[in-house]
Design a protein around this ligand. Sequence first.
Ligand code: ATP
Ligand code: MG
Ligand code: MG
Ligand code: MG
Length: 440
Amino acid sequence: MRLSRYFLPTMKDTPAEAQIVSHRLMLRAGMVRQASAGIYSWLPMGFRVLQKIEQIVREEQDRMGGQEMLMPTIQSADLWRQSGRYDAYGPEMLRITDRHEREMLYGPTNEELITNIFQAEARSYRDLPKQLYHIQWKFRDEVRPRFGVMRGREFLMKDAYSFDLNYDGAKESYNKYFVCYLRTFARLGLKAIPMEADTGPIGGNLSHEFIILADTGESAVWCHKDFEDADAANLTVNYDDSKAVQSVVDHFTSLYARTDEKHDQAMFESQVPADKRIERRGIEVGHIFYFGTKYSDPFGAVVAAPDGGEVPVHMGSYGIGVSRLVGAIIEASHDDAGIIWPECVAPYKVGLVNLRVNDDTCVVACDQAYAKLQDAGVEVLYDDRDVRPGAKFADMDLIGLPWQLVIGPRGLEKGVVELKSRATGEKQEMSLESALAKLS
Ligand code: ATP
Ligand code: MG
Ligand code: MG
Ligand code: MG
């Protein structure tokens, strides 16, 4: 993409309404614009990142055995009356009446709808287990939408639902998601710590929130310092081997890690040595939850059991805040000059900077580099605008592409271009051929 044609409204100044760095940088880097409180339009640059995150989330769900589907954003109030949540959900639910005076709502989550779909089709234990998911916009009328896309009212969530014959089966599904989440967040370049979370009236210990430590996070969390060194990046496990999956879960749950509702100070102090205690704030990027027959009971989602008779299916639900992750990744990866995208979610891999657009040699070299990168399938944003080099460098640092390939007349005289890594700031002079080889 040529920057001269791209819709990238960057801003030099800090927008007054943005309180945290990710929100400021998303506005300044032309990624999003607010449509109304907590509701955002995603401009081309922001949308590319959102889609890349979505794709990584999708690949890891599929790898685990999840099946993607798509449920609507608008749901019927009757479904929610059936579970008893229509009144219980309160003012966070956006309620809508259609022209026939039917009560509808903009879905804040999908347990009711998926259980309703499942109960109509499932017959026998042979139909189990199943893991279904979708990636769809949700609406929650948050009291205080803030921090940009981190706490929006309309936001993109991956929500998955598991169906099993009994508790043991449901726990195996839960464990798979646990490992799947570790892999997903590690692939996104994030250190997400699984923390024991409240299960509400259902009880048990099968609820974890995946938390990224950050001062701007809205949850208070306590955990063992060794989580900082735990690495899930190279975690490979055969999801069909339930013992292997369980042992990964055991490993990642062996140390203290709890969110505020579950925190027990005395237990924390007895289990974690003083120099290993982390007491901080964190961002909830994912949440997994086993809730038994809470929805299958009221919806009559039963199957024939192997020994005859009918049993309600055991369910769990599993969310990832896809749009929140865009902000969370920026919170974890930026500097004073702007965003530093991990390569896996970067909107483009390379920013090609032409330092002198009215110099023929320079233009020829840049056009050639642009064509070669595109031929090699490298995503490249080509700054061919007629503006000062200083402004180009500032914009490149702000939008945070992993590599900057800088081509100017002085270098070309010596037969070199400059390749800069955004993350390390390291600059190297080399021939255009070597630079292209390095980037392809
Ligand atoms: P929070 O505690 O932040 O309000 P939640 O516990 O209400 O989140 P869940 O119902 O567990 O959220 O939803 C699953 C995931 O969706 C969360 O882990 C989070 O990443 C994301 N999410 C929830 N609310 C929002 C929101 N208002 N804006 C953006 N993402 C959200
Ligand atoms: Mg909430
Ligand atoms: Mg929460
Ligand atoms: Mg939650």
